[in-house]
Design a protein around this ligand. Structure first.
Ligand code: ZN
Length: 203
């Protein structure tokens, strides 16, 4: 399976990192060894002093497709969940400064915790979905899918021009503002519409 991530999909987060608003979705990938399931803890890597949490809505692909037209894109996912795109911000800054790829800052082991999924049939309005992240019980990130520059369907259309989507592939759809550093001992919890979907302890 493949893990796709979308960068710079919420204007408020683009601004907090002083990045440029993209004219097409920014795509990067993580290997399957990045995935953390079933509330497995995240072991803070020694190579970074600045690991950031990025909470994101995640869709799971449920059928094979390539070059998917936007009007059919919603047929390619039936479940939505919450994940964290852990980012070694210090390493990423070095890579960006050198114009090099981000993989070591984004795709390292355990960098993609994933929580529970819910059926999209149980969601009233996918274009108006609230989600949030708490750190040690304090709210640190709040987002709403209405604020995405590229919708789930836009993203599926775009990715599938380049990559065949397969059953089980995950797409992390970008983070809102409020990203910040995690320390050993922190507990992160993610919510969709107030329902707890994800729990991740930093060890
Ligand atoms: Zn992200």
């Amino acid at each position: 399976m493949k893990i796709f991530c979308i960068g710079r999909n919420y204007v408020d987060h683009v601004k907090e990192l002083n990045n440029v608003i993209p004219d097409a979705p920014v795509i990067f990938m993580k290997p399957d060894t990045a995935l953390l399931k079933d509330e497995e803890p995240f072991y803070h890597p020694a190579f970074s002093q600045d690991i950031h949490h990025e909470v994101e809505l995640v869709i799971r692909i449920n059928r094979v497709g390539k070059k998917i037209q936007k009007e059919f894109a919603s047929k390619y996912y039936k479940e939505i969940g919450l994940g964290i795109d852990f980012t070694a911000r210090d390493v990423q800054a070095q890579q960006k400064a050198k114009g090099l790829p981000w993989e070591i800052a984004k795709g390292f082991d355990g960098s993609a915790p994933i929580g529970e999924f819910i059926s999209v049939e149980n969601i009233k309005d996918l274009k108006n979905l609230n989600f949030s992240l708490t750190k040690n019980g304090t709210m640190v990130q709040q987002g709403n899918s209405s604020l995405m520059m590229y919708s789930f369907d836009d993203i599926i259309h775009y990715i599938s021009q380049y990559f065949t989507l397969k059953v089980g592939d995950l797409i992390y759809t970008g983070t809102p503002a409020g990203v910040g550093k995690v320390e050993i001992g922190d507990v992160l919890e993610g919510f969709i519409e107030g329902e707890k979907m994800l729990h991740c302890e930093v060890k």
